[in-house]
Design a binder for this molecule. Structure first.
Ligand SMILES: [Zn+2]
Length: 440
């Protein structure tokens, strides 16, 4: 089987490549890439004029909800949503029921995600930092790593006890496993449901102070520096966290960080009052935070973009604001939000955009992804993105079971058109409407 992606803008940050050319896939491998490729004998030809051809995107912060919460999402619907968003490799969080704290559950997850319905998307599991995610006893990290986890995390249940966090980092350091942390001092956020500021005061809601995040960012960076354990800071949301991360990196601590699309595109003041589709943790902050997050991302202080895709069922979000669960879906809007709010505004170049959505996140968890170099990934992972397509996001037409998005009805510029992964092809409905399309 020979597939030719012809005449697109090839953007591969792993080779610092930004050139108009073609990519040839043969038997699910990247065979050729460049300006002069052999198109003869192609079984399928995709005219990519005007599109980007990039390494498959990589999202290292996804909640797939299985086992335990398949009414919110399943591994299959989650991977289908990923493919529709251009993601070919995703890392999934352990806050399932039961939590992913032992090798048997990791086996189950890897087994499910390799089924044909999963769209060829690779799932890299993240193991629980503590047993049953209770914040008490560290998990068996050596066993989890042997089973295939790429990191350990306390996401959704931020570890409050510093001694336990220190012990976990020491143990993870011994088996060379990155630790990913949701940073929140919960003694400062009890009963709070949005950012602490003018808007929370107007609405009469308890607010989460920014210091609740920053205290834990500082603590975890210090513990990373002390133990030498690679630390990945999840969903940074405040300018203060950025300042601390920059300092930790300057000191030589092995720290990386991510930002979510909603945290660089929305602010708390814009929230329609009591709209639970705008409720997430950490919460939406202020204009200054958004500006700082964007410049930190461009400067590399924040390493990558990750969605924190957190699907919930309609009935769970259809309750009073303070009772609603935190989180929004993100896999199918990440490209649209990023290109609209960053790339098209000139805040991130196309090559840097792809780096933040693919190559860099793959490096953080050492995943076989994020590159178009022939032979560097087990099978070809490629996305084709039309950067100029204007489209309206309709949450009711998404693959994810979760319909909890603040972007419903928003117009974006930039969309994933094709996703190739694991021998499967996802083709967006807009692809066939392209005027120059010519498929063999
Ligand atoms: Zn999360």
């Amino acid at each position: 089987m020979k597939i030719v992606l012809k005449g697109g803008r090839i953007l591969d940050p792993s080779q610092d490549l930004d050139v108009i050319g073609s990519v040839v896939l043969e038997n699910d491998q990247i065979a050729e890439i460049g300006t002069k490729v052999d198109e003869r004998g192609a079984d399928e030809l995709y005219d990519c004029t005007g599109c980007w051809i990039t390494p498959g995107l990589v999202d290292i912060h996804v909640h797939l909800r299985e086992p335990g919460y398949s009414h919110k999402e399943t591994i299959i619907t989650g991977t289908q949503a990923a493919a529709a968003g251009g993601f070919t490799t995703i890392a999934c969080m352990p806050n399932t029921d039961p939590p992913l704290d032992n090798p048997a559950l990791i086996d189950f997850l890897l087994d499910q995600s390799s089924s044909p319905e999963a769209g060829g998307v690779f799932v890299a599991p993240i193991g629980a930092l503590t047993q049953e995610m209770k914040g008490e006893r560290p998990s068996d990290f050596a066993a989890l790593k042997r089973a295939g986890v790429v990191a350990a995390s306390d996401d959704a249940f931020p570890l409050q006890n510093s001694a336990v966090m220190q012990r976990c980092m020491e143990l993870c350091r011994q088996v060379d496993l990155p630790v990913a942390t949701h940073c929140e001092d919960q003694s400062l956020t009890m009963g709070a449901s949005m950012n602490e500021g003018a808007m929370s005061a107007v609405l009469g809601l308890r607010g989460m102070p920014r210091t609740a995040e920053e205290i834990h960012v500082a603590r975890n960076c210090l513990l990373s520096f002390e133990t030498g354990c690679p630390l990945h800071i999840l969903h940074v949301s405040t300018w203060g966290s950025v300042a601390i991360i920059e300092q930790a990196k300057d000191l030589g601590a092995p720290v990386t960080a991510e930002v979510c699309p909603h945290h660089f595109s929305l602010i708390d003041d814009q929230m329609p009052p009591f709209d639970t589709h705008w409720k997430m943790n950490p919460p939406l902050r202020t204009k200054l935070d958004v500006e700082t997050l964007i410049s930190a991302l461009a400067a590399g202080i924040i390493d990558c973009i990750a969605t924190d895709h957190a699907p919930h069922a309609r009935h769970e979000k259809d309750v009073p604001f303070e009772q609603a669960p935190f989180g929004i879906v993100g896999l199918e809007t990440a490209v649209g939000v990023t290109l609209t709010h960053l790339t098209h505004k000139g805040l991130l170049s196309p090559l840097e955009t792809v780096r933040k959505l693919s190559t860099r996140p793959a490096e953080i968890y050492r995943l076989d992804a994020g590159t178009l170099k022939p032979g560097r990934t087990p099978v070809a992972q490629v996305a084709v993105i039309d950067p100029d397509l204007e489209w309206t996001f309709d949450v009711n037409k998404t693959f994810s079971k979760g319909k909890n998005s603040p972007y419903h009805g928003c117009v974006f510029k930039g969309k994933t058109m094709l996703t190739f992964s694991g021998g499967e092809v996802y083709r967006d409905q807009h692809w066939d409407k392209r005027p120059q399309v010519q498929n063999a």
